[in-house]
Structure formats: C-alpha cells, structure tokens
Design a protein around this ligand. Structure first.
Ligand SMILES: [Mg+2]
Length: 400
C-alpha cells in the first residue's frame, strides 16, 4: 500500500461560549483547524486534524500547519501509511522539528491502519481499558464569580473534573480558585492551569493563597526551572504541560519528581505514534496523564478517545471532548460526551466520517501522477492538476 495523495482542508471552529480566554488576556473566538486526508493506491483514505491553540500557546500556528504540509507532504508520497515507524522516521528526516505539522498526517495514517486491518485504533494501541474516558471541562478566564457559575453549570452537565484558566493577576486568580472550589463537591477535582502565565513570585503568591484548598496546580511559569521551583515549594498536587514536549523532557521531569500528572497533547508530541510512546513510558513510570490535544473538533476528539481509552484507567486523570466546545462538527461518528465520559468508537480506524460539506474545498494537496507533484488546485480539478513542484529526488527514490 502506498500514499498517493495528501490533501488539506481549512475549517473554522466558532465557539459555543463565543470566546476561549486563558492567561494574560490571550483569547480565541474562532479556531482555525486543518483537516488532513491521506489517500492510498488501494482506495483507502485516512483523516487527521491539527488545530493550534492560537499562535502564542506553543510554537505553532494555524497557517504553519499548512505551510509545513507544503514542505513535508511531497517527501511522504509512495510510503506505506501502515508502517508508522518508517513514516515517522521519514517525516523527521524531511523536516526537523515542527511536531504539530506532522501530527495530522500521523493520525490519518493510524486511521488507514485501522481501516486496513478492520480494527479500531484503540485496539491497535493496546486495547480498551474500562467503559469510558473521564473528561474535564476547561473554564475560560472570566471574573471569579462568573467562572464559579460556569463550573456549576458544567458540573450539572456531568463533568467532575474542571480546569480553571488562571495565569492572570495573582490576587484575582486566588479569588477565582476559591470561588470555583466553593461550588464543587468534595470528590470533584479542580485544576488551576496558569498556562505559563505567572512569574515565579506571582506563582508563589498563588500557591500560598490557596494552600489549604483541594486544588491541583498546572504549569505555573514559562520555564521548566521556574515551574520546578514552585513544585518544590508547595504541597499541592502538580501538573506539567507546556514544558513536556518530548520523551527526553518527560524522563528529565520524572527524574526531578517535577509533577504528579503530566499533560500529553497529541500535536505537542507530533502525532499518535509519538504520544503513544510518551503514554507507554508514563505507564511504565506509573505517572498519571491528561490525554488530549491543543484544540480541534470531531476528528481530534476521536483521536484523543482512542489513545486515552487504550491507556490504563488508574493512570487516566482526564481527557477532553473538544467537539462539545465548538458550534461546527467536521465529522460524524465521533465520541459524544455522556455524563462526563466519552468512549472510543468500535468502527475500524478512528471511526469517523468527515462531513465533506463542512470541510469545503481542498486548500492544498500533493499527489503522485507520473511524477510527484504539488498543487493548490481545488479538489474538483484534481485530475487536471499540473505539477507545480517536484519533490526531492532522493526522497522519491527512498519511497520506492
Ligand atoms: Mg495545560
């Protein structure tokens, strides 16, 4: 089986709440998601999705996904999408870094592997643990009383885990955390996620101000060293996220006892293959995980569900049902939240069917014709597309 075409759609994802606001006034009102299709010579098409959380959350941005695909895509034509180790090595050999560019291609190839074998991705990733994956709800940054109202509203919808977006003024953040905790039941879990927003002295002020509460602290400061210092000066349970973007950082942080839970985002590591490596390492280390992505819609939610559902329940802290945050659905068949849980589907692959009317026109593609070609021509004209660039001959030779 060979990859014969890779193509991309751009999909806007408006938010049910209108805005999603996190640290220092950063917000998004319409997410810009890229849906990637990988087509094979045997007629199978797999889909993946990559959607950065704006442009200043991680070193990633929405147009960067498409720019990266233009650079990387032609190097992957001719490779077998089922051979995910070979494919990932080729992606890393063709484009250094840029894990968020590679993520949707890798997810699409897992979708193909599932369709080719007739198995859901979660079975291919180790098997299904338990009935459902417990979800958290992210609470966009607002005034303290409004955030508490939203916590109560989402608790009434069945969520039992809540992630407050803090990382603003530390005194207001202390109020936010107190107000949210006050409306929760004792066994509900509350996380205060600063998304790197506090300087070290501000973070110390907050952890002192909430030291008697039942709350987890997530990624307080920008650098690993600053956050580690906060970790060593608080007794509150601690989560690391933005700084843990590789197996090397995961090993370093575990050696430093820098966290009780780690947040694994699929596009932060570069796809399901590499996030599964991190997941499996966490299982071996006995380290609990939040398994999710930066954002997305139904395709991302399905990918999260398959990775999370194939992870041992005892180490699953939370996951995210991103498809419930948006007003637009980009695929049918994706997991739907029920009482604060979701489940990976039973259909082969990711188990989703893209809504072509939502995806709209193809904004970029590369394909094998008589030779490797690239085109920005809409899909309706694909068979008339002329080659506009030729891939590196070396990668073409390797692809054979
Ligand atoms: Mg986080």
């Amino acid at each position: 089986m060979k990859i014969t075409r890779i193509f991309a759609h751009r999909v806007e994802l408006p938010l049910v709440e209108g805005n999603y606001t996190w640290n220092r006034g950063n917000f998004v009102s319409v997410f810009d998601s890229t849906v990637v299709g990988v087509e094979t010579d045997e007629g199978l098409i797999g889909y993946g999705e990559a959607c950065p959380l704006g442009s200043c959350y991680l070193p990633a941005y929405a147009d960067g996904v498409r720019a990266g695909l233009r650079e990387l895509g032609p190097h992957l034509l001719g490779f077998d999408p089922r051979e995910l180790g070979v494919l990932n090595q080729q992606m890393d050999a063709s484009l250094a870094g840029h894990p968020y560019v590679k993520s949707a291609i890798d997810i699409a190839c897992w979708d193909i592997l599932g369709k080719a074998t007739g198995l859901p991705v979660c079975v291919l990733m180790g098997g299904r643990f338990g009935d459902g994956v417990r979800l958290y709800r992210a609470i966009s940054q607002l005034d303290p009383e409004l955030m508490a109202e939203n916590v109560a509203m989402y608790r009434d919808q069945g969520y039992t885990r809540f992630q407050l977006k803090v990382g603003g003024d530390p005194d207001t953040d202390i109020e936010r955390i107190h107000a949210a905790r006050a409306v929760l039941r004792p066994n509900d879990r509350l996380v205060a996620d600063a998304n790197c927003g506090w300087s070290q002295h501000e973070a110390m002020r907050v952890v002192q101000g909430v030291r008697d509460l039942d709350v987890y602290i997530e990624q307080p400061c920008l650098t690993y060293e600053e956050s580690l210092s906060i970790r060593r000066n608080t007794n509150l349970p601690f989560i690391m996220d933005e700084n843990i973007d590789s197996l090397a950082m995961l090993l370093r942080a575990n050696r430093d006892q820098a966290m009780d839970v780690v947040n694994l985002k699929i596009s932060k590591f570069g796809g399901l293959t590499k996030t599964k490596q991190a997941r499996d390492l966490c299982v071996s280390l006995g380290l609990a995980m939040t398994i999710e992505d930066t954002w997305g819609s139904d395709i991302t939610t399905a990918a999260i569900a398959h990775l999370a559902h194939s992870s041992p329940e005892s180490l699953r802290f939370t996951s995210t049902d991103f498809n419930s945050y948006n007003t637009v659905s980009n695929a049918s068949g994706a997991p739907q939240r029920q009482s604060g849980f979701m489940s990976a589907g039973d259909e082969p692959g990711l188990g989703v069917s893209p809504r072509l009317e939502v995806l709209g026109e193809v904004v970029w593609q590369c394909a094998i014709r008589n030779r490797i070609s690239e085109s920005s021509t809409p899909v309706s004209n694909i068979h008339q597309a002329k080659a506009t660039s030729v891939a590196n001959p070396a990668s073409l030779a390797k692809a054979k």
